[in-house]
Design a protein around this ligand. Structure first.
Ligand SMILES: [Zn+2]
Length: 131
């Protein structure tokens, strides 16, 4: 079943700021919140340092992963998805993304600028694990 990702306005604003600060590198991090059958409800996100220098890729170090897991536990807020940005505007997972996604325990979200928006609003594409 196709699920819907719900992103608060405030989170969108913060992601815009992160996008601008990281450009031209891809933003990456984790959404925390609640996951239901039909929806992924985002409450906040934790940005992680992109360990990859190349502009079209991302990687998350073990220490960053431990920091996110610790924050998730201490705030009693579940990790609901891993996100990263595609400055290219590509809305699908890249072949390299596909490979990592298959062994990932979380849904993935691709963030990109919407081609449908003249003001450059962000678009969110949710990819759930195949079961
Ligand atoms: Zn990607």
């Amino acid at each position: 079943m196709q699920r819907t990702l719900v992103v608060p306005n405030q989170t969108c604003l913060e992601l815009e700021q992160l996008w601008a600060a990281e450009a031209p590198r891809e933003i990456c991090g984790f959404f925390l919140g609640a996951s239901t059958l039909g929806h992924v409800l985002v409450e906040r996100f934790i940005a992680v340092r992109n360990a990859q220098a190349a502009p079209d890729s991302f990687a998350i170090s073990d220490s960053e992963m431990r920091r996110v897991e610790h924050l998730s536990r201490s705030t009693k807020s579940a990790i609901v998805a891993l996100f990263h940005g595609h400055p290219s505007g590509q809305t699908a997972l890249s072949p390299r993304d596909e490979e990592s996604f298959r062994s990932s325990p979380w849904p993935w979200v691709i963030v990109c600028r919407s081609a449908r928006s003249s003001s450059g609003d962000l678009e969110f594409h949710l990819f759930d694990q195949k079961t």
